[in-house]
Design a protein around this ligand. Sequence first.
Ligand code: DAH
Length: 341
Amino acid sequence: MTEFENTVAHGLERIAKATSDDDLERLRIEYLGRNSSISQTLSGLAAEPKEKRAEIGKAGNEAKQKIGAALEARAGELAATRMGKLAELEAIDVTFPAPPLDRGHIHVLNQVRSEVETILERLGYQVEEGPEIETDWYCFEALNLPKGHASRDLQETFFLAEDESIVLRTHTSSVQIRAMERLRTPPIFVIAPGRVYRRDNLDATHLPYFMQVEGLAVDEGLTVGDLKGTLLYLVQSLFGPERRVRMRPTYFPYTEPSFEFDTLCGRCGGAGCRSCGNQGWLETGGCGMVHPNVLRNGGLDPDQYTGFAWGFGIERMTLLKYDVEDLRLFYENDLRFNEQF
Ligand code: DAH
């Protein structure tokens, strides 16, 4: 009798101290399992004297019930505590500052494009737009590039019509004539940023489409000096005051004289390094004084007006600014790349 009572008293004490469901399960096995002292005593009843069997059996079952009830009660308490803690943990503090949202931002090429626009707008230029699907006239013919002219081969063209009269524009120079037609009377100071297309194979330095900015200035008395001053202002505003501009004579059908312009290498300051292929200068774009035929095709009198024009690739400008090594990165949209700018 007292043996059961002892066992129960002991058991209840330990159950009250249990802190987890695992504890409780171990106690259940210890007190109620087949090898527990209570179960052992009950299964050994047959060996007890007849008159005592009922009494022991009853006491044993009561002991089991008490322990069982205590286990259940403690399990309930533990669950309640857990829920209480959870409620506390998950309580929302509405005054707590929210973590910053991952916002998108302007792609680096468009950043440079707007920077170029802002810089030139300060000089009085206005932005003109032209179509990416263009006629042969605006893209070539009006720019002093007649059919069969050798320099048409310089640009690998995507033709959109069997007779080659409609093209994907190969350069933003196509906007020059459109701007002269629309604005009609000089001074005309326009820039035309936009996408252009060429049948080039994709590699680290070639893209089948890319972006250019075209510049066109037409007025009375404009000179090569004005052209160079404009390019210098642009390059120094974009890259810093230590960068200089150099012009080398070349040939474009729509300008006379024509130049390629280079920017002083920012890495080595002109001494020559890996970035500039030991040249000290980085090729930047093309430019020149607008050819009289082009002015004429734009409806302007080349005896009264002169003009200068230039064109360069935005990817190339961005590469000069940030030292990016592979043009393809601009279009792959890998966020690890994009997020750096
Ligand atoms: N259209 C030329 C190109 O795509 C760039 C260019 C050269 C534009 C000379 C001009 C220019 O306006 O005068 O490579």
